[in-house]
Design a protein. Structure first.
Length: 246
């Protein structure tokens, strides 16, 4: 009977791992707070956020209400809305890490291929890297959504998305420059530490309830934006029947 019970028990779940992303936010996680690599990554994240703030100031001086010229623009806005959420790499990655990745205290004892110990990869820095990435993603999706609402034509809608894609890639460009040695030797060292060691953290077990949170957060983000889009579109209706045009 004991053998039958053992056979009926599900096999233990194998530990899965999440490979750390190769970007400035992992540099923040691994770098020493007093060295150039960490400061460079922080400065890059701050630069993106300053640009988003400047964009927000500019957008605040214009009308927020949706004002499409034709019904075709409204259809395009509705179609591109889920795309606007899906292309937010920093936001999606933040949801993934919050829901599926757990910090491992043993990582501070990890010895890399070049003999360096990751003593600065603390839990606080892990939380900081996720928080900054999440803030970056939220600012990006907010800017995308406002520009989506204000686009009067389909072409301007697509051009706005192309322009913001450049803004979203600033951190990747900065990481590439660091990796190729254009900044300082220490900045390059930290970027190579990120890109050449395939560093990993354990994934949470699928039996853990929090693993569903990434899907919930993604759908919740879309539903909030969809609700705001519907509200702003209805608010834009007026006595001038601009909806006759297609």
């Amino acid at each position: 009977q004991q053998q039958q019970q053992q056979q009926q028990q599900p096999p233990p779940e194998e530990q899965e791992f999440y490979e750390l992303t190769q970007d400035i936010y992992t540099m923040i996680f691994l770098g020493s707070p007093t060295r150039a690599g960490f400061m460079y990554a922080i400065a890059t994240a701050a630069l993106k956020m300053i640009l988003y703030i400047l964009l927000a100031i500019e957008l605040a001086s214009t009308k927020f209400v949706s004002d499409p010229e034709t019904r075709l623009v409204s259809v395009a806005q509705l179609v591109i809305l889920p795309v606007a959420v899906a292309i937010q790499n920093d936001l999606i990655t933040s949801f993934t890490k919050i829901a599926n990745v757990q910090y491992d205290p043993d990582i501070v004892h990890t010895i890399t291929a070049d003999g360096q110990r990751l003593r600065h990869a603390t839990r606080t820095k892990w939380a900081l890297s996720i928080a900054l990435r999440l803030l970056d993603g939220l600012m990006s999706i907010s800017a995308n959504f406002v520009l989506l609402l204000q686009a009067p034509q389909v072409l301007s809608l697509l051009l706005n998305f192309a322009a913001l894609q450049f803004l979203q890639d600033i951190d990747n460009v900065a990481f590439g420059l660091a990796e190729q040695g254009y900044i300082t030797d220490h900045v390059q060292h930290i970027s190579l530490l990120v890109s050449h060691n395939n560093l990993k953290l354990p994934r949470r077990s699928s039996r853990y309830r929090l693993t569903k949170l990434d899907t919930v957060l993604f759908l919740l983000t879309y539903l909030i934006l969809f609700s705001l889009f519907v509200w702003c579109t209805i608010a834009s209706w007026d006595k001038d029947d601009k909806w006759i045009k297609f």
